[in-house]
Design a protein around this ligand. Sequence first.
Ligand code: CP3
Length: 354
Amino acid sequence: MTELKNDTFLRALLREPVDYTPVWMMRQAGRYLPEYRATRARAGSFMQLCMAPELACEVTLQPLERFPLDAAILFSDILTIPDAMGLGLYFAEGEGPHFERPVRSAADIERLGIPDPEQELRYVVDAVALIRRELGGRVPLIGFSGSPWTLATYMVEGGGAKNFSRIKAMMYDRPDLLHALLEKVTDAVIVYLNAQIARGAQAAMVFDTWGGALAPACYQEFSLRYMERIVAGLTREAEGRRVPAILFTKNGGQWLDRMAATGCDALGVDWTTDLADARRRIQDRVALQGNLDPCVLYASPEQIRAEVARVLESYGRGHGHVFNLGHGITPDVDPEHAAAMVAAVHELSPAYHA
Ligand code: CP3
C-alpha cells in the first residue's frame, strides 16, 4: 500500500498531536458541486452512480480536487444494506428514498438475510478498493454505515418519516420484533464495515441520523446498545494502524457521555451542542468531530470565517478535534463558500495546537 502522506485526520481522531485541525464535510461529494451533477447525469440515477465503482470513485475524489480536505469519504449511501436485503430501494425525483417492500411483520423480519459484502454489496467494497488506489495516499478514506436504528426507521416506515408512527408503534407494542430486526441489521452492519476496512477504509463512521428522535431510555435500548455492539465487532487495526470508529447521533448532544463509553474513538457532534460543554462532559475520553451549522455556508465568506473561529474557540486548545459541519452540506450552497470554510480552518487552527 502507498504510504499515507497526510494522516492528520487519523491522528486527530486518536487525540494524538497535530499541527492544525483537520477538516472534511459530511456529504462533501454531492449536488452542490456542478461536477457531481454532471457525473450523476451520466450515471442515470443516484443508485446507478453508487453501483458503478468507477463513477463512485470519480465523485468521491471531486471535492478533493477543489478543496484541500483532510479526508475522503466513500461515495455511497446508508440504504445499500436494506436494498441488498431485498427491500427494493428507489428514489422518487425530489422526494428522497423509498422501499418497495417495507418491513412490517414478524414474517418480513424472519425473511431478511444478512447480505454478503462480497456478493450483493460487492459494488461498495470494489469502490473502496478503487478509491484507495486512486487516492494514492493523499488523505485517509472513511468507510461508513447507517446505525441499526436509523436503517430500521427507513425499513419499517418504507422511506423517510415525519413522526416515525410505524416504527415507534412497533417499538412500544412489539419491542421483541424490533429487537429481532435490529439484531439482524447490526450483524449486517458489522460484516459490511469490516469488509470496507478489509478493502482499504481507514476509519469507520456510523450515522445515527434518527437516534435523536428517541426518548432517553429508548435511545439506550434501541439505538446506543446496537452501536455499542458494532464498535465491539469492528476490525480496529489494519495495515499496521488503528482504524478509528466514529459514532454520530444527530440531536444526540445530551447522550455524548454515554456514547463515549461504547469504546469508540470519536463522536460526531451537531451544531445544537457547544463543543466546550461536550468536551467537559466526555472528559477528553474521545475525540470530537463537528460542528458548524451547515446554514453558516449561506452567509458571506467573512461571516463563515468568523463562525469557523467560534467553533475552533469553543473546542479550545489541545488535540482531539476534527472540524466538520454539524450535518450534511446542503445542495444549494455555493462551492466557494465551502472553500472559504476549509481555508479558514487551516489558517486559524494552528494557534490551537502550538
Ligand atoms: O458524505 C458523503 O459525501 C458520502 C456520501 C453519503 C451520501 N449519503 C450520498 C447521498 C453519505 C455518508 C450518506 C449517508 C446518508 N444517506 C444518511 C446519513 C447521513 C445524514 O445525512 O444524516 C441518510 C439518512 C441517507 C439516506 C438518504 N440518501 C437520503 C435521506 C437521501 C435523499 C437526500 C436528498 O436531499 O434528496 C439520500 C440520497 C443521497 N445520498 C444523495 C447523496 C449525495 C443525494 C442524491 C442525489 O440526488 O444525487
